[in-house]
Design a binder for this molecule. Structure first.
Ligand code: SF4
Length: 328
């Protein structure tokens, strides 16, 4: 399958009190139609900046200093709010966390779903309301509930409304920004199942931003691990869970509680999460890495490709060189 989205060397800085902070650095990847990719990392890893850049929703103090995003081969004007308007919600749309804050409390939900259909698709009010009803049913809400105000719906129903809104302009890519945070475990599972079903029915590509690896295992094909603004590992979910190559990925996977063992102790990764104000030199993970070597403090590791994935870690390169030496 060919790519519908290409992120090429994307580098974004934030201006903060006269200081420029690099939020993401040389982020490169491609997304195919219908593919579900998770962007995983702690806060400060750059996963949200990457996703907001793709959606053209960067904050006003953000600057794209290098790279570009292409959708169906066309460069998106992600740094220009006005130029980005026609693309927003129609090619890529976002399901945010905390639907209560994202929905307008004084409008009935059906009106909120109909609005983008009128604005973006040029529908009349009647056509847009009919489409909103269809969308409500598509996300599992009886159309009659459309006359409710957001506060009259449960958290899970509100999140379904957000998904209906995201689908309104028939995008080919949905970005879920921690879409199930703040929901109970059962509702989380229902929302994830809904996203999975919609993905196959509508051939949607999904980018799921999360810090929760157990969600990734359930609903994504591929995962990209980000640390301090860079992708450090990228591969199929099956391959990474079975054999994580980057020490950070390994620690993240080991920190998932395992209910089967009867222990639900979440082991946190020692050391401080990445700090954009003071990014460590070389491999930014070196202060926390149990395998750090001298080279890690001075040189940023480049990607090595393996199977269907890639990893940026000096250790991996050395292991590969050893293997080559042994076979020589
Ligand atoms: Fe650890 Fe070095 Fe690999 Fe970074 S490059 S993850 S510090 S071994």
């Amino acid at each position: 399958k060919s790519s519908i989205l290409e992120v090429d060397g994307l580098t974004v800085d934030y201006g903060l009190k006269g200081v420029s902070l690099r939020a993401i650095d040389n982020v490169t990847f491609a997304l195919r139609a219908g593919e579900a990719v998770a962007l995983v990392g702690e806060s400060g890893s750059g996963k949200t900046t990457t996703a907001m850049a793709i959606a053209g929703l960067l904050s006003p103090n953000a600057r794209v200093s290098k790279g570009e995003v292409r959708c169906y081969g066309n460069r998106l004007p992600i740094e220009n709010d006005a130029a980005m308007r026609p693309h927003r919600w129609s090619e890529t749309s976002v399901v945010f966390q905390g639907a209560m804050n994202a929905l307008n409390p004084v409008h009935r939900v059906i009106k909120q779903i109909a609005e983008p259909c009128m604005l973006k698709l040029g529908m009349t009010r009647g056509e847009a309301t009919a489409r909103a009803r269809e969308l409500l049913e598509l996300v599992g809400i009886p159309a009659g509930r459309g006359s409710a105000y957001p506060h009259e719906l449960s958290g899970g129903m509100r999140q379904r409304v957000m998904i209906a809104m995201a689908l309104a302009c028939r995008p080919s890519i949905i970005i879920g920004d921690e879409p199930t945070t703040a929901l109970d475990v059962i509702t989380q599972a229902q929302i994830l199942k809904l996203l999975g079903d919609l993905r196959s029915r509508l051939n949607l590509a999904l980018i799921l931003i999360t810090h929760d690896l157990s969600l990734v295992a359930e609903c994504c094909d591929r995962m990209m691990i980000m640390y301090a603004g860079r992708i450090v590992e990228d591969g199929t979910v099956a391959e990474i869970f079975a054999k994580p190559k980057h020490p950070y990925t390994r620690l993240l996977i080991e920190s998932i509680p395992n209910p089967a063992s009867g222990k639900r102790i979440i082991r946190s990764i020692p050391g401080d999460p990445p700090n954009l104000m003071n990014r460590p030199s070389g491999c930014a993970f070196h202060p926390r890495c149990p395998s750090a070597m001298a080279v890690c403090m001075t040189e940023v590791p480049s990607f090595d490709e393996y199977g269907q994935g890639r990893v940026a870690c000096h250790l991996h390169r050395l292991t590969q060189e050893d293997k080559v030496a042994v076979h020589a």
